[in-house]
Design a protein around this ligand. Structure first.
Ligand SMILES: [Zn+2]
Length: 442
């Protein structure tokens, strides 16, 4: 009875029902565990999402160093001990003789970061016993798959450490996952919207968005520029809205967060059996009901239907099925309604792959859209191209351009076969950071 009570308390502290991991476990949370243990110096092996003997020994090493029972099983207590290193902050109680400067030194962080994380704090008058948040290190990792759980944990940690960010939800996926958006900035002169991972096996783009949120916030806190753009100034004048994970259920299927053999996995697999030539689950782009969310928008939807049916995509499956009617899936409908409720001057839709930027819908040519597209092409090193006819309808970007006659761009980042390997993450991020800031100013 006592131990049960203790576990419940631990979970409450965690605020998150974390998966128990042990030898034989696999999936995104194992990647996360390995990545954190590696950063801390407890693990030297590959970050590969497979909990084997190397991971087991690293967990035991960590547990004994942190005064936990060294059983090699990652349960609530071990997760609790890992949380500060996953989330990049710790809850600190002020002690006698502390100052912001001393605390910053102790955690190898900056005074600016501590002050920003604790609005209203009086840096000259800390009280003994006072609880503060001390951010240290980074939150967004470049070596883990961006499953819905990892994205949610990252967004929550970012909001905690950078309380000037606004986290919201525009709806829920088929499986009830929040469709999160983050607002960067309070400005109303110019609002823009970036979306990513609407296609399941393009989940690497979710990480690109998260890392951008983190770098933008850090630049804000440290009074820095990104490129030539002053982030404090941009924050006051513009608002960047980001939906990093438009298709959480599909991404969970491809990343292995939905376990092999589970009910959800099996029903997706049954849909995939309609298309035996497509790899499963790696070829999966659709939402969990087998509808391609980026073929759901009311911009030439009938045309898209005709083209895709002609190609044989006549029923739910891993890709290219347009659905029974436009916007009949919660994920696409949420994006549509969120867009209508705002006044976005420009949108960016992030996909993989090809190192290409598409800028048009039909014969719409929004003002300056080619010039801005050429600027983005120069900044990224990607080609600016006209959308191929067969994929030129019913996408989010297509609808945005048609509905507003404003600039909308599809970015096909990286190169190779989807899902792109995480080894491309840092390069993709570097190529796109400048665009992500500049798009809020052009
Ligand atoms: Zn795509």
């Amino acid at each position: 009875m006592r131990s049960t009570l203790f576990l419940v308390v631990s979970y409450t502290v965690l605020g998150d029902c974390m998966e128990v991991l042990r030898i034989g476990s696999s999936g995104p949370m194992v990647y996360l565990l390995q990545s954190v243990l590696k950063t801390l110096g407890f693990y030297q092996g590959a970050v590969d999402g497979l909990f084997g003997s190397g991971t087991y020994n690293a967990v035991k090493f960590f547990q004994s160093r942190f005064g936990l029972i060294a059983d090699g099983i990652v349960g609530a207590n071990t997760w609790n001990a890992l949380m500060p290193y996953i989330n990049g902050y710790t809850n600190y109680t002020v002690k006698r003789g502390d100052s912001i400067y001393k605390i910053a030194q102790k955690y190898s962080t900056t005074m600016n970061r501590i002050i920003a994380a604790n609005p209203g704090i009086n840096a000259n008058l800390l009280n003994i016993g006072q609880k503060i948040i001390v951010p240290f290190g980074r939150i967004v990792r470049s070596d883990v798959p961006f499953s819905s759980d990892i994205v949610r944990m990252n967004l929550n940690a970012l909001t905690k450490v950078y309380p000037f960010l606004t986290l919201g939800s525009m709806g829920e996926s088929v499986r009830g996952k929040d469709l999160f958006y983050m607002r960067l900035g309070t400005g109303t002169q110019r609002e823009v919207f970036y979306s990513a991972a609407i296609h399941a096996n393009e989940w690497i783009t979710a990480g690109v968005m998260l890392k951008f949120i983190e770098n933008y916030s850090l630049a804000y806190v440290e009074y820095r520029r990104i490129g030539t753009i002053d982030i404090r100034n941009l924050f006051q004048t513009a608002s960047i809205y980001i939906e990093p994970l438009c298709n959480p259920d599909g991404v969970d299927l491809v990343t292995g967060a939905i376990k092999l053999g589970s009910e959800t996995y099996l029903s997706a697999q049954a849909l995939a059996n309609n298309y035996p030539n497509l790899p499963f689950p790696n070829g999966w782009k659709a939402n969990i009901r087998g509808v391609d969310l980026n073929l759901q928008f009311p911009a030439g939807w009938e045309q898209a239907r005709e083209i895709k049916f002609g190609q044989g995509y006549t029923k739910p499956g891993p890709r290219d099925y347009v659905g029974a009617r436009p916007l009949n899936q919660p994920e696409s409908l949420a994006m549509y309604e969120f867009t209508l409720a705002h006044d976005f001057r420009l949108i960016l839709a992030y996909h993989t792959q090809g190192r290409v930027i598409y800028w048009q819908y039909q014969d719409y040519v929004p003002e300056n859209s080619r010039e801005i597209g050429e600027l983005f092409a120069r900044m990224t090193g990607y080609r600016l191209e006209t959308t191929p006819f067969a994929s030129g309808f019913a996408g989010y970007k297509d609808w945005f351009i048609q509905n507003y006659n404003r600039q909308g761009y599809t970015f096909e980042v990286g190169l190779g076969v989807n899902p792109l390997p995480l080894s491309q993450f840092n390069q993709i991020y570097r190529e796109n950071e400048g665009v992500l800031v500049t798009a809020a100013t052009v």
